[in-house]
Design a protein around this ligand. Structure first.
Ligand SMILES: Cc1cc2nc3c(=O)[nH]c(=O)nc-3n(C[C@H](O)[C@H](O)[C@H](O)COP(=O)(O)OP(=O)(O)OC[C@H]3O[C@@H](n4cnc5c(N)ncnc54)[C@H](O)[C@@H]3O)c2cc1C
Length: 476
């Protein structure tokens, strides 16, 4: 006997649990099948939250390391980081957030079925989900099944993840001691965030990136600024470098790489973090039997997150919209979940504008960006003008001792339309919200100039960069 629901969501990550809550708010009877012991998925358990908790510890350590400058007396003993306390605090934060999702499920009368699900009965038959591990049962969807099974770390040829010395972010967040040396393969957001964490904790950090710059999806000026800062902090950056092999031996890893200048290099590090991206999770779902269109492993959806099988939607890290570069971000999966839920509940929905997705990287210095980079704007044929303003000039930056970085505005000369805002420096991950709203409202640069920015704030750099795009910043 099947248990009937309006909507059944498979996976309780930031995509799935938000879709479930929104659907329940709109009057749907909802079940979520999640195989982990806690709700929240990658973001809450292994991703956004634990990494940012570790980064906050790194920031606390930074302040203490500069105690003299701040007039703080902490005695003569060298400052040390207690990893047990770090891990305990991180686990408490994760626990309180995952329990928070459980509370929201109860509040919205959503049933959490603890187990692993596969699709059955699509292709014209009734829509069913078979929970084949855990709380075994068959669930029937009156309206829709939403696949939100997320992603998992993947490696590159020549590098086999053993989860002991050659690790993914899942293991890196749980390290019980500060490694003496820490190497990172792949310098996107995940790679550079761990570089910042372990460098501040005291590790020797070496980065390898195949592309010619760190954080390759960011504006080139941002990448250059991060590399400059990392070199100053003593992080070794090998860009344009290909790691050809990595072998764990004893308590370390031997890493061979071909560097940009054609030479080869071998280093030995306590750990190698493989941060070369994440692939979709569809194993065990039986997507093939259900007749789902799969592209390079991802579930293919349209702009309203419908798959090719009527009554089956998919959202979040597991999907492709048919073009490369669907952003694997928590807030993107959540917004897709909201749109899918509203559509299932019969509301009219509009497609998401993926050009307006804010991207935050919490390395030190932080990066916040939204919209087109200068290069992308030129490639799309805009007559581009840019404005830049360094944080270091601002009173607030001097007060907080965080003077690195800048705000860069990319705009279209013809209509003065704002196309992108890119920033690197303290609080950039918060400041990007203003730029995101401005892009959403199709603002001009002139409107940013006329927006009053409070003083003293780091946000003044956004107004000043807008002035710069029109010719001259006030405080330069
Ligand atoms: C180290 C790290 C740091 C990150 N930092 C950020 C950040 O700062 N900001 C940001 O926006 N994004 C960040 N991300 C990315 C973000 O975590 C993901 O984009 C987001 O979690 C995707 O959500 P999702 O719901 O699509 O999938 P997931 O969160 O991966 O959730 C999928 C869920 O489905 C479950 N599941 C899978 N298959 C089945 C099945 N057959 N049956 C039952 N359950 C199943 C899984 O157990 C999992 O809980 C980070 C990722 C990592 C790894």
């Amino acid at each position: 006997m099947a248990n009937d629901y309006d909507v059944i969501v498979i996976g309780a990550g930031t995509g799935g649990y938000v879709a479930a809550i929104r659907a329940a708010q709109l009057g749907q009877k909802v079940a979520v099948v999640e195989k982990q012991k806690a709700l929240g998925g990658t973001c809450l358990i292994w991703g956004c939250i634990p990494t940012k908790a570790l980064l906050e510890h790194a920031h606390a350590l930074k302040i203490v390391q500069h105690a003299k400058e701040w007039g703080l007396t902490i005695g003569d003993a060298a400052v040390a980081i207690d990893m047990t306390q770090v891990q305990n605090r991180k686990d408490r934060i994760v626990g309180s957030l995952t329990r928070g999702v459980e509370f929201l499920f109860k509040k919205n009368k959503i049933d959490w079925i603890k187990g692993t699900a596969r699709l059955t009965g699509a292709n014209g038959g009734p829509l069913q989900v078979d929970v084949f591990e855990g709380e075994r049962q068959t669930l029937r969807a009156r309206k829709e099944i939403v696949v939100a099974t997320g992603s998992a770390a993947r490696s590159v040829p020549g590098v086999e993840i053993d989860r002991k010395r050659i690790i993914t972010s899942d293991e890196a967040i749980g390290l019980k001691e500060v490694p003496k040396s820490f190497a990172v393969l792949g310098c996107g957001a995940v790679g550079v965030e761990f570089a910042s964490i372990f460098r501040r904790f005291g590790s020797d950090v070496t980065l390898f990136e195949l592309l010619p710059r760190l954080v390759p999806v960011e504006d080139e000026a941002v990448s250059a600024e991060l590399e400059k800062s990392y070199r100053k902090q003593g992080i070794t950056c090998h860009t344009g470098a290909k790691v050809t092999s990595a072998r764990a031996s004893g308590d370390a890893v031997d890493i061979d790489a071909q560097l940009a200048d054609g030479t080869t290099k071998r280093i030995r590090a306590d750990y190698l973090l493989v941060a070369t991206g994440r692939g979709p999770v569809t194993t065990g779902l039986e997507t093939e039997r259900a007749g789902l269109h799969i592209e390079h492993g991802y579930v293919r959806v349209d702009q309203q997150y419908r798959t090719n099988v009527p009554g089956v939607s998919a959202i979040g890290d597991v999907i492709t919209l048919g073009q490369p570069g669907h952003p694997q971000l928590a807030h993107v999966s959540s917004m897709e979940g909201i749109i899918a839920a509203e559509r299932i509940a019969g509301q009219e929905v509009r497609p998401l504008n993926y050009d307006h997705v804010p991207v935050c990287t919490y390395c030190d210095p932080e990066i916040g960006s939204v919209g087109l980079t200068e290069r992308e704007a030129k490639e799309r044929g805009y007559d581009v003008r840019v404005g830049m303003f360094p944080f270091g000039v601002l009173a607030r930056a001097k007060i907080s001792g965080e003077t690195e970085g800048f705000v860069k505005i990319v705009a279209d000369r013809k209509y003065d339309e704002l196309l992108g805002v890119h920033m690197i420096g303290s609080r950039s991950t918060e400041l990007v919200a203003e730029a995101t709203v401005a892009l959403r409202l199709e603002s001009t640069v002139e409107e940013l100039i006329r927006t009053i920015h409070a003083h003293p704030t780091m946000a003044e750099a956004v107004g000043e960069a807008a002035h710069a795009a029109h010719g001259a910043a006030i405080h330069l």
